[in-house]
Design a protein around this ligand. Structure first.
Ligand code: LLP
Length: 429
């Protein structure tokens, strides 16, 4: 028996102990037995460690970390970040409802997104959010109307598109000219002038976001230069900017990826900011994936093994509706056994697939595994953009979720059943 915890690279607090995979103090096989599979399990300590790396990077600066809750918007996860003093980056009225339900402070909420509706703007103004990240000139005019009708002044920051290549998957690049996001760099100054002249708006900041799962430093440093050029131009035009919001967070290690550490990157960004005379501004960032991605796993049971001429399939009870990233972005998630066998019986190469009726329903390709039906597997790096993008396709109920906090495990979401899914539907009478 091996009593020494073996750490999985990039997954602090998730480790094998005595051949059983644990998340903090909890054995995954016990959690699966108690709650069934597929089951998402999150480590609170991992989330707080990831947050601490940003907090170290911002030490001694005026800064706010607004968790981009689209990465994982489950109430129990939001509660962790609310209690840690974070703000939230939201992209819909529904997300605002979740922040409030989880005890978040509306004054620390920033509202991003290219398609805010009037109803969402009203809801956010009435809740007293901290800032709207406005993404187009048309949106500016509508927000002004909505604020005036409520007799309020909306705090705004303009999201500028710096036209920097983040070198990530094209679906998650957001700061290039061809992307739908933000206001073009060359239009930004005029748009700031317009914003400053509208009575329902108060300009408070500037904002940019270049993409997600970024593992290189250069795009961040380049984008910062482009943003600072604009800050200079906007302030020279007499419009003060209280804060600089630098968008989303770093990439994570899915498959040997080596993103810079948050504190190291911010050290370099602050060196640039200090050199250009902006080091004493108020900063905001909106990290999502890097705060939760490697804090979570999805536990799934092997249903069948199906050997074939060209491929062997390992059919599991989790599917693309639970773990959509492989189907959507050809993303890699490591898959490991929940209990390590003593003998290496029957090792084969499998495509690990779910029960959904599509060939796109794969979770891992060409994986070497020693498994048999009834075994449990853990899909790693499943804390971000998995449950929050889960669907009911094939009328599959969404999975249950457990948050582990040291020795304590809390069920933070019950498994969804068919009645839950049909609740809002009506037969024609
Ligand atoms: N702020 C804004 C305005 C964003 O659009 C995003 C992500 C974030 C912050 C958070 O970025 P992060 O720190 O998580 O990189 N579903 C995709 C990722 C989509 C990201 C969209 N925007 C995936 O599973 O890879």
């Amino acid at each position: 028996m091996n009593a020494t915890p073996s750490l999985l690279p990039g997954h602090p607090h998730i480790a094998f102990q005595d051949n059983d995979l644990r998340v903090e103090g909890a054995r995954l096989k016990d959690l699966a037995q108690a709650h069934g599979t597929p089951l998402f399990v999150y480590s609170k300590a991992s989330m707080l460690d990831a947050l601490a790396a940003y907090q170290r990077g911002f030490a001694g600066r005026k800064a706010r970390i607004c968790y981009a809750m689209k990465a994982n918007s489950s109430l129990g996860v939001l509660q962790v970040f609310a209690q840690a003093g974070c703000g939230f980056d939201i992209v819909s009225g529904g997300e605002l409802d979740r922040v409030l339900a989880a005890g978040g402070d509306p004054a620390k909420v920033i509202f991003s997104g290219v398609g805010k509706t009037r109803a969402e703007m009203r809801q956010a103004l009435q809740a007293g959010i901290g800032c709207f990240n406005v993404e187009s000139e048309a949106e500016l005019e509508v927000l002004n109307d909505v604020a005036l009708a409520l007799n309020q002044v909306a705090p705004v920051s303009l999201r500028v598109n710096p036209n920097v290549d983040p070198k990530t998957h094209p679906y998650i690049s957001t700061g290039l000219k061809g992307n739908k996001f933000g206001i073009a760099h060359e239009r930004a100054l005029d748009t700031y002038r317009r914003a400053a002249g509208l009575p329902g708006l108060k300009v408070v900041g500037i904002d940019c976001h270049i993409g997600s799962q970024i593992t290189e430093e250069t795009p961040y440093l380049d984008a910062m230069d482009r943003v600072l050029d604009l800050v200079e131009a906007v302030e020279a035009a007499g419009i003060a900017l209280r804060h600089i919001d630098f968008g989303g967070g770093l990439g994570i290690n899915y498959n040997g990826d080596q993103p810079p550490a948050a504190d190291a990157l911010w050290g370099r960004l602050f060196a640039k900011l200090d050199a250009r005379g902006f080091g004493d501004r108020e900063f905001m960032i909106e990290p999502g994936r890097s705060l939760v991605g490697n804090a979570g796993v999805c536990v799934t049971e092997v249903l069948y093994l199906k050997p074939g001429e060209q491929k062997n399939f390992c059919i599991i009870d989790a599917a693309m509706n639970d773990l959509p990233r492989p189907a959507m972005y050809q993303a890699f998630h490591a898959i490991v056994p929940v209990s390590r066998r003593d003998s290496g019986a029957g090792t084969s190469t499998y495509d690990v697939v779910g029960p959904v009726c599509e060939s796109g329903d794969w979770i891992g390709r060409d994986r070497t595994l020693s498994v048999q039906p009834g075994d449990l597997l853990a899909v790693l790096s499943a804390g971000a953009y998995c449950m929050s993008m889960a669907s009911n396709y094939n009328t599959r109920g969404r999975a249950a979720e457990v948050l582990v906090d040291g020795p304590h495990s809390h069920l933070i979401r019950e498994r969804e059943n068919a009645a839950d899914q049909m609740r809002a539907e009506r037969l024609v009478r």
